[in-house]
Design a protein. Structure first.
Length: 268
């Protein structure tokens, strides 16, 4: 996001991202990696994970392009260079040949170093930050599967015995252990885990706020239990509410009138 490292022209984009088949004779290793980690979709592979309703969600195959075109200002990715140079790659897994129209954008250095598929895109808008934060906090997919064997281990089904002639099948009762569920299903994200490892403060309060119960004179609300405190209502009516005590303090304390927003720093 810094000015001196921003991608602002076509030449820089072409140096970082490629979306075409490398030369088989001069770039043999890169050619093999692009072949191994770029499985086709669409009519060539209807079972690809990005297929939806018979179409590719990523809009492959892409059209041929002689030059890269930038559309970063309106929150679009560049349309990368895909020359119609006649190069093809035979994908053994799908038994088909693909052209530059089906090559996923890649970085030659990262693909060669890590030898795995790493999708590389150039995005030049503030939505980049939102995109990054979404993936940082995405977490992992998981599924919880429980198979009961009839033993009550916290969340199994216990069977009660039939008590009448008509009730010939046991009644299933679901026994739920909420504490065990919390321990089993609690999720700690990577950021929270690192925060705890570094022993940072988990919570804080920036302001002390006391909400005064607003009421008309003689119309204050008193909460009581019908059986336990009915005899003490008269005594509680004679005591001041927080609002009345606040007014009384301000009537004779000049300092209290000057610290309305920081009242709780000086008074209780």
């Amino acid at each position: 996001m810094q000015t001196d490292v921003k991608v602002l022209d076509v030449e820089t984009v072409d140096a970082i991202v490629q979306a075409y088949i490398p030369d088989k004779n001069t770039q043999r290793i890169l050619y093999g990696l692009v072949r191994d980690f770029h499985a086709p979709c669409g009519q060539l592979n209807m079972f690809a994970k990005y297929m939806m309703n018979g179409k590719c969600k990523k809009f492959y195959p892409k059209p041929y392009r002689t030059h890269t075109s930038l559309h970063m200002g309106d929150n679009k990715r560049p349309e990368y260079k895909r020359p119609d140079d006649g190069r093809t790659i035979y994908v053994d897994a799908n038994r088909c040949r693909v052209t530059n129209r089906r090559i996923v954008p890649y970085n030659a250095y990262l693909l060669s170093k890590y030898q795995c598929h790493i999708n590389i895109e150039v995005v030049g808008s503030l939505y980049t930050m939102k995109y990054l934060h979404k993936y940082i906090q995405k977490g992992s997919d998981s599924i919880t599967l429980h198979i009961g064997d009839g033993n009550n281990d916290g969340n199994t089904r216990a069977h009660s015995q039939p008590t009448t002639e008509l009730q010939r099948t046991p009644i299933e009762t679901l026994v739920i252990d909420e504490i065990k569920n919390y321990q089993d299903y609690r999720y700690v994200s990577t950021m929270e885990a690192m925060w705890r490892i570094l022993e940072f403060r988990m919570h804080d309060r920036s302001h002390s706020v006391l909400v005064l119960p607003v009421h008309l004179p003689g119309d204050r609300t008193i909460m009581f239990e019908e059986l336990g405190e009915a005899n003490n209502i008269e005594a509680r009516l004679k005591s001041r509410s927080k609002l009345e005590a606040y007014f009384e303090l301000n009537s004779h304390d000049v300092v209290a009138r000057t610290c309305i927003t920081k009242f709780l720093e000086h008074y209780t």
